[in-house]
Design a protein around this ligand. Structure first.
Ligand SMILES: [Zn+2]
Length: 99
């Protein structure tokens, strides 16, 4: 099964940035690695000030990379974040200690 492993400080940074941009939408590039490949841009993270945790059709059509993480209001923790692939299928997201 594919899953996204994200460092806790990255989660905190995404939540803090999203809060600071509210009610405007925040967007960030997501850099990481797949298996043992070098670090590169995997996709994007963006906020949904509305609180919706599902990708819109525009999100799916404008996807950069193969991964999208949505961070929604009230930006209080992992309950406010979900990851999706290019077809809008949810990918399990968990916090890890190291990559
Ligand atoms: Zn969106």
């Amino acid at each position: 099964m594919v899953e996204i492993c994200i460092l806790e400080y990255v989660v905190d940074s995404i939540l803090t940035y999203s809060k600071s941009m509210h009610p405007r939408e925040a967007i960030l590039l997501l850099k990481g690695k797949m298996d043992i490949l070098d670090m590169h841009i995997l996709g994007t993270v963006h906020s949904h000030p509305s609180g919706a945790l599902v990708p819109s059709l525009t999100d799916l059509n404008m996807l950069y990379g193969g991964l999208m993480i949505i961070c929604s209001y009230p930006y209080s923790g992992m309950d406010c974040m979900k990851a999706y692939d290019a077809k809008g299928r949810e990918i399990p997201l968990r916090i890890c200690k190291s990559v």
